[in-house]
Design a protein around this ligand. Structure first.
Ligand SMILES: [Zn+2]
Length: 414
């Protein structure tokens, strides 16, 4: 299968969320982006406020809604918007991946303090979480799967448990990246999307019948099951995405929040924006390497496609940055291997198993540097100039050379 790239952005035709190209070779994500310019966002915001009003006064709950938070990505903006702009009383829900950065833990605690909100955190036993991460890495080339499952289900379980009828998410990736739905569809959270896209077609329920999964792990996986439809209907639960109602500019929104509240950011040698995955020490390092090896693009491509669509960078300059970043080796492979308890040889063997034969020939440890370059590779001055024009906001608080963190150290926030 020949992989082709969009002529406007850099997304490939094998994008896992599904992408289509028009006769001019422009992808559905770029075409969808044009809709932003013609939508009356004032009207959409009113639609959101009406929807909120109906929900707000229809329950006697202490909380108006659940907001899933991670300490990074769009959750910082979403939490702020829900509390301060919409005037709601949110309950924050977070899932502990056990490979947190200190920055992420700081952000989440600061978020809770700044906004004066309550937070519920689900912490699976760490050794069980690692065992499942090992299983999903070996079998599906995705150690991050359990975190995605946890992040997408615990907010729903908590909403059901506390009878809170609304969950507010930030950005729907399928809409922003590949134009899966129109903004006008007002698409809401549903189990099918979680299964097909958030979880790459594999729900925890699917593993319960597999012989290769021990009974001990099955007992853990049951905790990640999606609540029965009857429970959702009983409280009229719905989950909405803010990007259907606001003129969503992911980078600008996140940067504004970083600047306003002084949240911390985290650099990665494979990504451009230091705020998006600041909560997670392995995501834009190791998980991104698997994304690249499977599909030929990475987190930096996601960042650059946004910038191209907002006309903040030319496709040519973006393409140069993309080629450079995608071929830098992650710095944390050894730390990751030690965390998940596999050898480096195992790691490269698994990487080899999931490589896309249309894109790569060999990725064994012996020649990995030929494919990916050095993890400490210096950014050429020509590329540095392009990056400086983007004026990317950064606020490094912690040196993250240490290992991933399960639970927070004592952090005092005034
Ligand atoms: Zn495109």
């Amino acid at each position: 299968m020949v992989v082709k790239l969009c002529k406007k952005c850099l997304y490939p035709s094998n994008h896992p969320l599904g992408i289509i190209f028009d006769e001019d070779g422009i992808c559905s994500g770029c075409l969808q982006h044009k809709e932003k310019k013609v939508i009356n966002w004032q009207d959409r915001k009113k639609d959101l406020e009406n929807l909120i009003d109906r929900t707000k006064f229809s329950n006697n709950n202490h909380y108006d809604c659940v907001v899933p938070v991670t300490g990074g990505k769009d959750s910082l903006f979403t939490a702020h918007y829900v509390k301060n702009e919409l005037g709601l009383k949110p309950l924050f829900v977070t899932y502990n991946s056990h490979y947190n950065s200190l920055t992420g833990l700081y952000n989440i605690q600061k978020l809770q303090t700044d906004l004066g909100c309550d937070l519920i955190s689900f912490n699976l036993n760490q050794s069980k979480a690692k065992e499942i991460a090992r299983y999903s890495l070996k079998n599906y080339g995705n150690f991050h799967w359990l975190s995605l499952a946890g992040h997408s289900v615990f907010p729903v379980q908590i909403a059901v448990k506390f009878k809170i009828p609304l969950i507010i998410w930030g950005m729907h990736q399928g809409i922003e990246q590949v134009g899966m739905f129109s903004y006008m569809d007002g698409i809401q959270m549903n189990r099918q999307y979680r299964r097909d896209h958030d979880l790459f077609g594999l729900e925890p329920e699917d593993l319960l019948s597999k012989k290769s999964v021990s009974d001990k792990l099955k007992k853990e996986l049951i905790k990640f099951n999606y609540p029965n439809r009857d429970y959702l209907e009983k409280i009229g639960l719905r989950g909405i995405y803010l990007n259907n109602y606001l003129n969503w500019d992911n980078r600008k929104m996140q940067e504004k929040i970083i600047k306003t509240y002084k949240y911390g950011t985290l650099n990665s040698n494979r990504a451009l924006f230091p705020f998006e995955d600041s909560n997670n020490i392995f995501y834009s390092e190791v998980h991104d390497l698997f994304k690249f090896i499977k599909y030929g693009y990475g987190k930096v491509t996601d960042h650059l496609c946004q910038e191209i669509r907002f006309n903040r960078i030319s496709r040519k300059e973006a393409s140069e940055l993309n080629d450079f970043y995608l071929r830098i080796s992650p710095e944390k492979i050894e730390t990751f291997c030690s965390w998940i308890k596999i050898t480096k040889a195992d790691f490269y063997q698994i990487l080899e198993k999931f490589k896309n034969p249309n894109l790569f020939k060999n990725t064994t440890e012996k020649n990995i540097n030929l494919l990916f370059g050095n993890s400490k590779q210096k950014i050429p001055s020509k590329l540095k100039k392009i990056i400086s024009k983007l004026n990317i906001v950064s606020n490094i608080i912690y040196n993250e050379d240490e290992s991933p963190i399960s639970f927070k150290k004592t952090i005092n926030i005034d």
